[in-house]
Design a protein around this ligand. Structure first.
Ligand code: SAH
Length: 271
């Protein structure tokens, strides 16, 4: 059996309980050594075979998994953050599908969640932004043209850029070309949740200069958007005069703070 496991953003106690149990039970672990905290491996059993995929090709990873399967062993493929984001798991799952090897995925805390915690930030503020765009600047991996930073900038949504700290000049140019103001607030979180975590707050215009001054070019996320400096309107969900599926309004006759009638019924629709 093969488990793709999210290791979390860095801190060793930010892996899920399930992920930790799978590590403890694993016979073979293949971990992404460039970003996964090696202290997580201390939970592995004494006889567990451990491989660092930073030194391996896809073919070599698959060969290790196939050999483990032939021996009836349990393999954990440990990816940083959550495996679904920039984890290159699709190609591995495809290779396992071709060979009829069964696998499961155990989610993890993505680094973008770790970054929000470091910044004490809510990415979705009423009337500021209700959407989060997770993307990257184009580097060696191509990005479809319709998803260029320039075109995504039009939404003025909160943006989280993975894999882009070494491309700050391009990020600045593209977002300015897409209509972002030069003073758009930007934050950078380096190694979120690791002991060496650092955060910096700047503007889009000053981003390349500030990043090079801080010496940050990798293992960082760039967060762009007005949620960084606005507190936004109050949520409807916790407004006293708002009825939800769980709580009646104190004074249902009263209009909501913006003078609109409440829409919808359940809190799911209100959030
Ligand atoms: N699956 C991972 C992302 C892997 S891509 C996740 O969910 O977080 C690798 C990129 O993730 C890095 O270039 C960096 O942009 C970001 N990253 C990973 N861990 C990080 C951390 N602790 N702090 C800041 N950025 C991180």
């Amino acid at each position: 059996m093969v488990y793709f496991v999210g290791a979390g953003p860095g801190a060793e106690d930010l892996i899920t309980v399930r992920g930790q149990r799978l590590i403890r039970q694993a016979d073979v672990i293949i971990y992404a050594g460039s970003l996964v905290n090696p202290r997580l491996l201390e939970e592995a059993g004494e006889r567990c075979e451990i491989y660092d995929s930073a030194y391996m090709t896809l073919e070599e990873v698959i060969a290790v998994i196939v050999q483990a399967e032939e021996r009836g062993l349990s393999t954990v493929r440990l990816h940083t953050g959550d495996p679904s984001l920039y984890g290159a798991i699709r190609e591995q799952m495809d290779a396992l599908d071709e060979r009829g090897i069964f696998y499961e995925v155990c989610p993890g805390v993505s680094s973008f969640c770790g970054a929000a915690a470091a910044l004490k930030l809510e990415y979705t503020l009423p009337e500021v932004s209700q959407s989060v765009i997770i993307t990257r600047a184009e580097g060696r991996t191509p990005v479809p043209g319709r998803e260029s930073l320039r075109s995504l900038a039009a939404h003025q949504s909160t943006m989280i850029l993975f894999l882009s700290a070494g491309l700050a000049e391009k990020v600045r140019e593209e977002l300015l070309a897409g209509g972002c103001e030069p003073d758009t607030p930007v934050a950078v979180v380096y190694k979120a949740t690791w002991p060496e975590e650092r955060t910096l707050r700047t503007t889009l215009d000053a981003l390349p200069r500030e990043l090079s001054r801080a010496g940050i070019s990798k293992t960082a996320l760039i967060v762009v958007g007005n949620v960084l400096n606005k507190s936004g309107a109050r949520s409807r969900l916790y407004a006293p005069n708002f009825t939800t599926g769980y709580r009646r309004a104190r004074d249902p006759e009263e209009k909501d703070p913006e003078g609109k009638e409440p829409e919808g019924r359940g809190p799911e629709e209100r959030q």
